[in-house]
Design a protein around this ligand. Structure first.
Ligand code: FAD
Length: 393
C-alpha cells in the first residue's frame, strides 16, 4: 500500500478555509494564466494540457483535498471537491477533464478496492494517468444489464472478449473500468463484474469516434482475449451491479455539480458579453433570467446531494432528479448562447475560447447532456417508478 501523505492536510476539517486559500492561489499564481489562454484544441492536446494543470494543482495539494490520505489525498470530503470545481470555474480555469471521470469512478474504487486505490489514485491525482468508464455497449446503453462483453475467469486471470462503445477519453486513457458479464447470458444484473483493465493490454483495439464538433473524445473499444489479473476486480465477481449503482451516486451528484459550476461561469461571461455589446433584446434577456434560475436550481439541488454524500448518506433513485435538472439546464443554456451570439457558437472566434473548448464545441457537446450517463427519458422513468411511485400506466 502506498503510504505517501497518510496525514490529512491542515485544511481537511475546514472547507471554508480551504476555499479561501484556494481562491487566493488561483488569483495570484502567474503560471495559471497558461490555462486561461490555453490554445489546446484537439481532445489529445486538451487532455495533455489538463494533465499539466493537475500536476501543478497537485504539487500545491489543492486537488488532493476530498480524497483519503491513504490514496494520495489530504482528507476532507466531497465538499472540498465541490469547492475545488467551483473555484476553478470562477477563476476562468478549466476543470481538468480527468477530474470528471475520477469523480465518477474514484469513490467506487476507494470503497470496493482500497488497495488498488492506494496504488493507483496518487498517479491519477498527479495527472500521470486517467481512466475511461467502459459500461455502454452497442445494444446495452439504457438497458445496461443486457451487456454481453464476456469475462471468463481462468485461474487467477480473467479473459475478456467483446465490445464497448461511447467510452469517454478511451483513446487517451491509460486504464478502462469495464463492466463485463461473468455470469450466464440470462443472468442480467446478477452476473456482472467490474474490472480495471490497462488500456495497452494485448488484444485491446481502440477506435476513436469523431463527434459533430470534430473532437475525438469518445471511442469504441474491442476486446479480443484480453488477459487481466483477478486482483484488478473491483468488489466481488458477479457483484458488479452493486458497484455500478454505488458509482452512479457520484456520477449523478458530483459530475453534475462540476458541470453546472462551469456552466454558471459561462452564463456570467455571456451576460457580460450581452451587456458590453448590447446584443440581446427583451426576449433574450428574459430567457437568460429563466435559464439562470434553472441553472441555480440544478446547482442548489446538486449541493444538497453532495452534502448528503459528505455526511456518509446514500443517494437513491432521487439522484435522477439532479441528472435531469443538470442535463436540461445545460442544453437550454447553450441554446441561448447560440441564439444570442447569432449562431456565433458555431463559428466561434479564438477570443471566445475560455475553457479550452470553444463555444461551438460546448454547444455540440451540450446536445448529449440529456443522453450520457442515462438519458432524460430513463431518469424520468426512475423518478416516476421509484421516487413518486406512480402507477405503471
Ligand atoms: C457524450 C457522451 C459520452 C458518453 N460517455 C460514456 C462513457 O464514458 N462510458 C459509457 O459507458 N457510456 C458513455 N456514454 C453512453 C451513454 O451512457 C448512453 O448513450 C446512454 O446510456 C443511452 O444509451 P444508448 O445510446 O444505447 O441509447 P438507447 O438505450 O438505445 O436509447 C435510445 C433512445 O430510446 C430511449 N429509451 C430507451 N429505453 C427507454 C425506456 N425504457 N423508456 C423510455 N425511453 C427509452 C432513450 O431515452 C433514447 O432516447 C456516453 C454517451 C454520450 C452521448
Amino acid at each position: 500500500m502506498n503510504t505517501a501523505g497518510v496525514i490529512p492536510g491542515p485544511l481537511a476539517e475546514d472547507v471554508t478555509a480551504y476555499r479561501r486559500e484556494l481562491r487566493q492561489f488561483l488569483r495570484t499564481e502567474p503560471e495559471l494564466d497558461t490555462w486561461r489562454a490555453d490554445p489546446a484544441e484537439s481532445t489529445e492536446e486538451i487532455l495533455q494540457s489538463h494533465a499539466r494543470l493537475l500536476a501543478l494543482l497537485y504539487s500545491g495539494g489543492w486537488n488532493r483535498y476530498g480524497w483519503p490520505p491513504a490514496m494520495g489525498g489530504l482528507g476532507g470530503s466531497e465538499l472540498h471537491r465541490a469547492a475545488f470545481y467551483e473555484e476553478l470555474s470562477m477563476a476562468d480555469l478549466p476543470i481538468p477533464e480527468q477530474c470528471m471521470t475520477l469523480d465518477t469512478v474514484g469513490p467506487a474504487v476507494v470503497g470496493f478496492a482500497p488497495e488498488l486505490a492506494a496504488q493507483l489514485l496518487p498517479g491519477y491525482l498527479r495527472g500521470d494517468e486517467w481512466w475511461g468508464q467502459g459500461f455502454s455497449e452497442p445494444e446495452a446503453g439504457s438497458d445496461l444489464a443486457a451487456l454481453r462483453t464476456r469475462g471468463t475467469v481462468d485461474g487467477d486471470r480473467m479473459v475478456i472478449n467483446g465490445q464497448k462503445i461511447w467510452t469517454s477519453q478511451a483513446a487517451t486513457a491509460t486504464r478502462l473500468l469495464c463492466l463485463v458479464r461473468t455470469g450466464t447470458p440470462e443472468s442480467r444484473h446478477r452476473g456482472l463484474t467490474i474490472v480495471l483493465v490497462d488500456a495497452d493490454c494485448p488484444g485491446i483495439t481502440i477506435r476513436p469516434i469523431a463527434l459533430a464538433s470534430g473532437q475525438r473524445e469518445l471511442a469504441e473499444v474491442f476486446f479480443d482475449d484480453v488477459n487481466v489479473p483477478l486482483d484488478r476486480v473491483i468488489g466481488e465477481i458477479n457483484g458488479g451491479w452493486a458497484v455500478a449503482m454505488y458509482l452512479m451516486q457520484w456520477e449523478r451528484a458530483m459530475y453534475c455539480y462540476a458541470s453546472t459550476s462551469r456552466l454558471m461561469r459561462s452564463m456570467q461571461l455571456l451576460r457580460d458579453r450581452m451587456l458590453a455589446d448590447d446584443i440581446a433584446g427583451d426576449a433574450e434577456t428574459s430567457a437568460f433570467a429563466r435559464i439562470y434560475v434553472q441553472l441555480s436550481t440544478a446547482k442548489a439541488r446538486g449541493l444538497q446531494s453532495i452534502r448528503r454524500l459528505a455526511a456518509g448518506e446514500k443517494l437513491g433513485p432521487e439522484a435522477s432528479v439532479d441528472k435531469l435538472l443538470c442535463g436540461q439546464a445545460d442544453k437550454a443554456a447553450y441554446d441561448l448562447v447560440a441564439e444570442v451570439m447569432e449562431q456565433a457558437s458555431l463559428v466561434a472566434a479564438p477570443a471566445d475560447r475560455r475553457y479550452a473548448h470553444d463555444w461551438s464545441d460546448q454547444w455540440w457537446y451540450s446536445r448529449a447532456a440529456t443522453i450520457m450517463g442515462g438519458s432524460a427519458e430513463i431518469q424520468r422513468g426512475i423518478i416516476a417508478d421509484h421516487v413518486l411511485a406512480l402507477p405503471k400506466d
